[in-house]
Design a protein. Structure first.
Length: 305
């Protein structure tokens, strides 16, 4: 009902007071991309800026205008979001979006109308993602009750994000950092766990790497020996705040890669367990982005005797 009201009432009434968007979205987790055209009455526009406003706070970013033969200019804007990214310091909540257009008639503030039709189909190596990889803050382009475009900024969800996995001949190490309210202080050392069903193995205490908030722990491969020849899968968890803290699955979710299992692939390795047997270890990411380790005991003297 609201969509019908917007199409039949709001859009016709704002023909000369609003700019229609052809595309609006956050493509890399922290850059707002806008593409649209100015109304016909602004054919003489020579510059414009995107205005993000919430209450009395206002942020402006320059827009690139592109002339169109026989019609009003098109505009392209890329707004870097977040003070941590050296961008616009937008706080949490909804932000109204507008376009300040400069022409011979002066400066006019135009509201932005959301793009109509299906979303763009992305078949490349990357795609749109609405969460910042560094901060976890989430961005969404939506519409107000009257049908105008707005940017909604949401707090980051608690996550444990993998930075990198180090695979060497003598073992494996995982580097990670916390995102959002993990339940512990930023400088607190969490506990790292390997979990398979109801069984759990505690990893050595993580250590700070020297990078901002990044911790590193060694995977105790010598403690893992599958009972039989079948493969056993272990999941990674980290927990801040001691035994009462909430365990978080360790993984990679804040990225714009279309094929994370292929791009973030980790080569298998063979290690020797504490009994002298060989175990094939393969770390990989599940479809949901969680880090998982598959262990398979290889044939040894006891098996062939």
């Amino acid at each position: 009902m609201r969509g019908l009201l917007v199409r039949r009432v709001v859009r016709p009434l704002t023909t000369d007071r609003a700019a229609p968007l052809r595309f609006a979205g956050v493509l890399d987790g922290h850059t707002l991309n806008l593409h649209g055209t100015l109304p016909m009455s602004f054919r003489s526009a020579h510059s414009a800026t995107v205005v993000l406003r919430r209450g009395r706070v206002e942020h402006c970013t320059p827009v690139r205008l592109r002339p169109r033969p026989g019609g009003p200019p098109a505009f392209d804007a890329a707004v870097l979001l977040g003070a941590e990214m050296d961008g616009v310091p937008v706080g949490h909540g909804p932000w109204r979006m507008a376009l300040a257009v400069h022409s011979r008639r002066g400066v006019h503030l135009l509201r932005l109308l959301p793009a109509e039709g299906p979303a763009a189909d992305y078949n490349g190596p990357t795609g749109p993602v609405n969460a910042c990889q560094r901060t976890g803050r989430r961005y969404r382009v939506g519409s107000s009750l009257l049908g105008y475009a707005r940017l909604v900024v949401a707090r980051p969800l608690p996550r444990a994000e993998v930075d990198r996995v180090e695979v060497r001949h003598h073992g494996i190490a995982v580097c990670f950092h916390g995102v959002g309210d993990t339940g512990g202080a930023p400088d607190e050392i969490p506990a790292a766990l390997l979990v398979r069903g109801e069984a759990a193995i505690a990893c050595p205490a993580p250590e700070f790497t020297g990078q901002d908030g990044v911790l590193r722990f060694e995977v105790p491969l010598g403690s893992i020996r599958p009972a039989g020849r079948r493969t056993e899968a272990w999941d990674f968890y980290v927990r801040w705040g001691g035994e009462s803290g909430r365990p978080l699955r360790l993984g990679r979710r804040l990225h714009d890669v279309s094929d994370p299992r292929g791009v973030f692939a980790i080569r298998p390795t063979v290690v020797s367990d504490r009994r002298g047997g060989l175990v094939r270890v393969h770390l990989y990411y599940t479809d949901r982005g969680s880090l998982r380790m598959a262990c398979t005991r290889l044939a040894d003297d006891a098996d062939t005797a």
